[in-house]
Design a protein around this ligand. Structure first.
Ligand SMILES: [Zn+2]
Length: 138
């Protein structure tokens, strides 16, 4: 826009671009396909802990962590889904409002590698399944 030159401001019609996302429905620790994406090393012994070992021994997921809070007892009922908070997950995304994942929520993954929860009702209203090929990599 050239400074000082006013363009005619006419209301136009636009169509929202389609938004394609990857998502999974999360129910419990370890459900996210990237939860055990890589071997890790013990802080204490330096020992390698394989992806398989983590999964077989129900280690905390690397994407969806186990929800715990010193201020919220695990037996507290979630105000959204009425399930005890100890069955919830949370996403460690370094934000102030770390997203809590209710059992049954969809977890949407964007191109930047961020993950965020979406309630089943909102997800099913907004998204249709594009393909039914099993997708393990996001
Ligand atoms: Zn909940």
């Amino acid at each position: 826009m050239v400074a000082g030159k006013k363009t005619e401001n006419i209301m136009k019609t636009y169509k929202h671009k389609p938004l394609i996302v990857k998502a999974i429905q999360w129910y419990r620790n370890g459900d996210h396909p990237l939860d055990y994406k890589e071997d890790i090393f013990s802080d204490i012994t330096g020992e390698r802990i394989t992806r398989e070992y983590q999964k077989e021994n129900d280690w905390e997921g690397q994407v969806i962590r186990r929800y715990r809070s010193p201020y919220v007892p695990g037996e507290t009922l979630c105000p959204d889904c009425r399930v005890e908070m100890r069955f919830h997950g949370w996403i460690d995304d370094n934000s102030v409002m770390e997203p809590i994942v209710c059992p049954g929520d969809y977890v949407i993954s964007n191109d930047e590698g961020k993950h965020y929860p979406c309630s089943p009702s909102a997800f099913e209203e907004l998204y249709d399944l594009v393909d039914e090929e099993p997708e393990t990599k996001i």
